[in-house]
Ligand binder design. Structure first.
Ligand SMILES: Cc1cc2nc3c(=O)[nH]c(=O)nc-3n(C[C@H](O)[C@H](O)[C@H](O)COP(=O)(O)O)c2cc1C
Length: 341
């Protein structure tokens, strides 16, 4: 029996790496009756431990943590395109007074240490994106009582996650904000929405399913549940809440009437991600190689400088298809409105 069935509201607050899922947002989602999720991506183990302690100070209710599954990159094959990308990035970085980051080809996200940290902490839920953890890792987490959720963006990925021992499948559709969780970083994500994924996966599994991508209303939640989802996972709907860590420039971009299109692009990080189309996308989409997180490392200082200077055309505007429905209301209001069916 999944922990999701204990929730008062069948809503998981998406883990949003890059500072968006603050301890305050995670606690607010859990306090509202949903499940808050801390994002471990890009954090050091020490920072993650501090985030856990901070969140525990804010709520006694359960919350979980989300990890990025790392991939070994084909350095020799990708390096020429990464070097060319970095050179092109200089034209944007120099006027902002910063240098692009340097590529680092090893695991910069501390996978082994975070696996151990999760095992020692034993949260009620640990979720993964970008791949399937080794069955041995899944077994370690399960042995300490964690429920293991794995993101899938296709029926084949759902099968692989189930085979590795996942307890819950998160079915992320093409409508989703930010990175697609596609397991093969070189592959183009399948252009299937969460209802299509539910239709393909639900008949063949007994595992609880979480639907993600473009969910912003109680009607969306109802449709997902009618199609077999136990719960939904929402990110974009929480971006403008006061508890979100979205920067002022990101918030301004989400409301900017001049930005009208949303695309899926590798431009910012090397991984396909749903984002508002801006000048950065137009300049870098065509030349970004599939080298996550190396492209993320190169662009990070440039995006940070653009955010500081208020330039909506220099930042990643991670957004799902429902980005125009984002509301500036407390996270608890978002969670309760979604569950109000
Ligand atoms: C700003 C942002 C950051 C995200 N970071 C993560 C992450 O660290 N890990 C993860 O599994 N999913 C992440 N996601 C994707 C969400 O888990 C989820 O699939 C997505 O938000 C659902 O689509 P929606 O944004 O339309 O609600 C992120 C989404 C957003 C908007």
């Amino acid at each position: 029996m999944s922990r999701l069935r204990d929730l008062e509201c069948p809503v998981v607050g998406a883990p949003m790496a890059g500072g968006v899922s603050t301890p305050s947002l995670v606690a607010a989602v859990s306090e509202a009756g949903g499940l808050g999720m801390l994002a471990a991506g890009y954090r050091t183990p020490e920072q993650l431990a501090a985030d856990i302690a901070d969140t525990e100070d804010r709520t006694r209710l359960p919350f979980g943590v989300n990890l990025f599954v790392p991939h070994r990159l084909d350095r020799a094959g990708l390096e020429p395109a990464v070097t060319a990308y970095r050179e092109a990035l200089l034209a944007v970085a120099e006027p902002l007074g910063v240098a692009p980051g340097e590529p680092v080809w090893g695991d910069t996200d501390h996978w082994a240490d975070k696996v151990a940290l999760v095992e020692a902490w034993a949260p009620p839920v640990v979720s993964c994106t970008f791949g399937v953890p080794e069955p041995e890792v899944v077994a370690r987490w399960k042995s300490v009582g964690c429920e293991v959720h794995v993101t899938a963006t296709s029926a084949a990925e759902a099968l692989a996650a189930e085979a590795a021992g996942a307890d819950v499948l998160i079915l992320q559709g093409r409508e989703a904000g930010a990175h697609r969780g596609t397991h093969d970083p070189q592959a183009a994500p399948e252009p299937i929405d969460h209802l299509g994924l539910l239709a393909g996966v639900a008949p063949g599994t007994d595992l609880p399913l979480v639907a993600a991508g473009g969910i912003t209303t109680a009607g969306d939640v109802r449709r997902a549940r009618d199609a077999g989802a136990t719960a939904v996972q929402v990110g974009t709907a929480l971006l403008l809440t006061p508890e979100s860590g979205a920067s002022p420039t990101y918030r301004a971009a989400l409301r900017d009437p001049g930005l009208t299109e949303r695309v899926v692009t590798r431009a910012f990080s090397g991984r396909p991600a749903g984002a508002g189309r801006n000048g950065f996308v137009d300049s870098f989409d065509a030349i970004a190689p599939p080298a996550f997180p190396v492209i993320d490392q190169l662009t990070k200082p440039v995006r940070a400088a653009a955010a500081r200077s208020g330039d909506v055309h220099g930042i990643h505007i991670w957004a799902g298809v429902g980005w125009r429905a984002c509301r500036e209301v407390p996270a608890a209001d978002v969670v309760r409105a979604l569950a109000d069916s």
